[in-house]
Design a protein around this ligand. Structure first.
Ligand SMILES: NC(=O)C1=CN([C@@H]2O[C@H](COP(=O)(O)OP(=O)(O)OC[C@H]3O[C@@H](n4cnc5c(N)ncnc54)[C@H](OP(=O)(O)O)[C@@H]3O)[C@@H](O)[C@H]2O)C=CC1
Ligand SMILES: O=C(O)CCC(=O)C(=O)O
Length: 476
């Protein structure tokens, strides 16, 4: 399978390619993705620019029909797309199918948004003058997406971009081109005018950077690592582009003495290890009060060690492989750093299974302190650390002592403490008796502090980024 660029409505052949490797079974090469050059990106941006004006004028019905078509087809093909996703990214098949379904639902939600136009007609402070406040598309938006949600994240950027009348250039992650191409192929048959949506495969450092720097791009939405996000924000400032960044997390999950132990263990098992821990919302710091600490660590260790690790496509597997060799090395090196700094590492061995893949056992690091690197830096693997806290107040202080602020959770049966935590946790998303990861598609997503920058993604709040507010005065 060749994953080729879609520019101005044409699929383009390219000579060079980058292999799409199955992390569960390394010899399984799923396809080859175009290794584009900056000239390809120039043509994609030019195509979007040419198509942008007409799409900005498209009726709500036209936009609805396009997005509804895309959502319906993704939902109808969720099993097949989920299989491709799990094969190229390594999350388990139920997780892959669930993510594909989520992508379909996102397009359906934003199809509805096309019809829910909002605006204000106001009286002016001047007699006889009318004031209209409306939202206009931003223009050409560049979307840069990571490998860990290879269909849902492109979906939650593309769908609002199109719904609010923008033209798009997508640069998906090199590690997971298959889902991005499948999504582009559906979009190419949706009735969307040619050139409104373009996809360019290739390296972030070359074509991704070129998209960010391009003077004809009006806005950039990015999800990925902190260093790349910061560099993109700096580059966007030079050309005064709108920019939206979703980056890392070091998400705390507080477990209080009064928590339902089984529920807390289930929430932490899910939050820390499902999707191989490769979620920016993963519960990576488990902050546990004294009275439940030892029982919690023992129960979570048993549950973690019971997780069936293996080929993402096999039935019954609960944790797939790590996405690639570099990420596996990063995870293992953080476990070594944690041990060197005095933590007790449980699990986390590299695994050799029947198939050659990037496998490791999930890991818990107990007896840690919040100044250790394992608690300050994002690992992005199936690794969670445990911190002891005297009481709720200390647990909250530890939770908030982080450069990140994406998601924060608490397990408690106390309404008082749950309410206090919701109000005082320094995070964009707060979960009570639920994992820190796994969010709804119709409400805002994003964090505070070093996790996010710019307007929120998802739900109707996405309009903030994908539109510009226009104020018009009329003397009739
Ligand atoms: N918050 C999150 O959801 C995610 C966080 N991460 C974190 O980032 C670490 C590294 O993962 P990685 O995939 O390399 O993350 P990156 O931030 O490097 O990549 C994310 C996206 O940005 C692109 N990109 C890379 N460099 C540039 C650039 N200079 N200009 C424009 N686009 C660029 C990448 O392209 P390409 O892939 O082709 O290089 C990819 O599409 C992980 O270990 C994890 O800690 C990773 C993924 C998601
Ligand atoms: O937890 C989720 O549902 C979404 C996580 C996410 O967007 C990410 O890891 O990039």
């Amino acid at each position: 399978m060749d994953y080729t660029n879609l520019i101005a409505g044409s699929w383009e052949n390219t000579s060079d390619g980058c292999a799409n490797v199955n992390p569960s079974d390394i010899p399984d090469v799923i396809g080859m993705a175009a290794l584009s050059e900056t000239a390809d990106m120039d043509r994609a941006v030019a195509s979007a620019r040419t198509a942008a004006a007409d799409w900005a004028q498209a009726t709500p019905q036209m936009r609805f029909d396009v997005l509804d078509f895309i959502g319906s087809e993704i939902l109808a093909r969720q099993a097949e797309l989920g299989q491709l996703l799990s094969r190229e990214e390594g999350k388990t098949l139920p997780e892959g199918i669930g993510e594909a379904a989520r992508a379909g639902q996102i397009f359906k939600f934003f199809a509805g948004e096309c019809l829910r136009q909002t605006g204000d007609r106001l009286a002016s402070v001047r007699p006889g003058v009318e004031v209209d406040v409306t939202r206009a598309p931003v223009g050409v938006v560049g979307l840069i997406t990571p490998w860990n949600f290879p269909i849902a994240i492109p979906a939650w950027k593309i769908a609002p971009a199109l719904a609010y009348g923008n033209a798009v250039v997508l640069k998906p992650a090199e590690l997971t081109p298959g889902c991005a191409w499948a999504l582009a192929e559906i979009i190419s048959r949706s009735g969307l005018p040619e050139g409104v949506f373009n996809i360019v495969f290739g390296k972030g450092a070359s074509v991704g950077q070129h998209l960010v720097d391009h003077p004809d791009v009006d806005a950039v939405s990015f999800t990925g690592s902190v260093p790349t996000g910061r560099a993109i924000a700096a580059a966007c400032a030079k050309t005064l582009k709108k920019v939206q960044l979703e980056m890392g997390g070091k998400n705390p999950m507080v477990v209080l003495d009064d928590a339902d132990l089984d529920l807390a263990v289930a929430a932490c098992l899910n939050g820390a290890f499902f999707s191989t821990g490769q979620r920016c919302t993963a519960s990576s710091r488990l902050i546990v009060t004294e009275g439940i600490h030892d029982r919690f660590v023992a129960a979570l260790t048993t549950a973690m060690q019971g997780l069936k690790v293996g080929n993402a496509l096999e039935a019954g597997i609960q944790m797939g492989p790590v996405v690639d060799a570099r990420q596996l090395e990063q995870n293992l090196s953080y476990l070594k750093i944690a041990a060197d700094e005095g933590g007790t590492v449980i699990g986390g061995e590299r695994l050799t299974l029947a198939q050659e893949g990037f496998y490791m056992a999930p890991a818990l690091v107990s007896e840690t302190s919040n100044d250790m690197r394992i608690n300050r830096e994002e690992v992005f693997g199936p690794v969670a650390s445990v911190l002891r806290a005297r009481d709720y107040d200390e647990a909250l202080a530890l939770a908030n002592d982080s450069a990140f602020g994406l998601s924060a959770g608490i397990c408690t049966t106390s309404l008082k403490q749950a309410s206090h935590f919701k109000a005082n946790a320094e995070a964009g998303m707060v979960m009570v008796n639920l994992p820190t990861a796994g969010v709804d598609y119709h409400v805002p997503f994003g964090g505070s502090k070093g996790s996010s920058y710019g307007a929120r993604e998802q739900g109707s709040y996405a309009a903030e980024f994908y539109t510009r507010v226009k104020t018009a005065y009329t003397l009739p």
